[in-house]
Design a protein around this ligand. Sequence first.
Ligand code: R5P
Length: 295
Amino acid sequence: MPETDAQGEKSFYPDLPVKTERFDLKGAGAYDWGMQNRLARIFSPASGRTVMLAFDHGYFQGPTTGLERLDLSIVPLAHHADALMLTRGALRSTIPTTYTGGIVMRASGGPSILKDLSNERIAVDMEDAARMNVHAVAVQVYVGGEHETQSVENMTRLVDAGYRYGIPVLGVTAVGRELTRDARYLGLATRICAELGAQFVKTYYVEEGFDSVTAGCPVPVVMAGGKKQPELDALTMAYRAVQEGAAGVDMGRNIFQSEAPAAMISAVRKIVHEDASPAEAYELYQELARGRTLA
Ligand code: R5P
C-alpha cells in the first residue's frame, strides 16, 4: 500500500502564472514536442541558428579530398559543430556513440557522379533513423531536374514518415549543371520544399536577392557551403547569408579542406552565433590557425 502524502500544506502558487517556454524557430510553432526538441538539437535555442558540418559527400562522390579518413579529419572536429550532416554508413562506422550533438542524416541517394544525380531514391528507412537517434533526415530535391517529381516524392514520403516519429526533414535544393543558380530559381526551389512539408531547407547563397529567398521561405533556410574558397571569402559568404536571413550554415569543403579546419569552423561559429564581422572572424581564424590558442 502506498504511503500517504502527509507533508502538510501544499504549494500551488495560484498567483503565479505557469511559465511556458517557447522555441522560436521559424515555422515550428505547431510541431509536436519531439520534433521541436530535435530541431532544438540542431538550431541553438540561444541564437536560433546552426553551424552544421557537412561530410556526406561520399554517398555520390566516394572519398572526396579531405574525407579520405573520417576518423582522422571529422571526428576531432565534431564537437565544434551544432550538428553533423552525414550518411548512415559514416555514423555507424565512425562516429563515437558518446557523441551528443545534432545529427542530420542523408536519406536519399542512388546515382553516383557517373550518372544523372537527380535519379535518387529514399536511402534510409525512418524506423532506422529513429533507431540511430537522428535529429533530422536530409533529402536532395531537384526542382527543374530530369527526375524532379521523383525527388519531390522522396521528400514528401520522408515528411510523412518523419511526422510519425517526430523527425524533421531537411530539403536540400540541388542545382543541376543546366539550371541557373539565381534568387528566382532558389526562391522557387526552397518554397516548394517548405510548402510540401520540409521543416528546414538548405540552399546556396547568391549575391543578388538572397534576402528574398529567405523571406519567401516559411521555414529556416540554411546556407550550403559549396566548393572551397579562400577562408575570408567563405566567411564573408556566411556572414552575408546570416545577415540576409539564413538561420545558419551547412558547410563541408570550406571547413574540412581548409588548412586549419578547427580554426575555420570556430570562425564560422563566431559569425553565425555572435554576428561577428568577416574581419573579426578571419582574425580569429588566423590566430587559431597559428596555434596561439588551442581550438
Ligand atoms: C550537397 O548538397 C550535399 O549534401 C553535399 O554532399 C554536401 O553537403 C555539400 O557540402 P559542401 O558543398 O559545403 O562541401
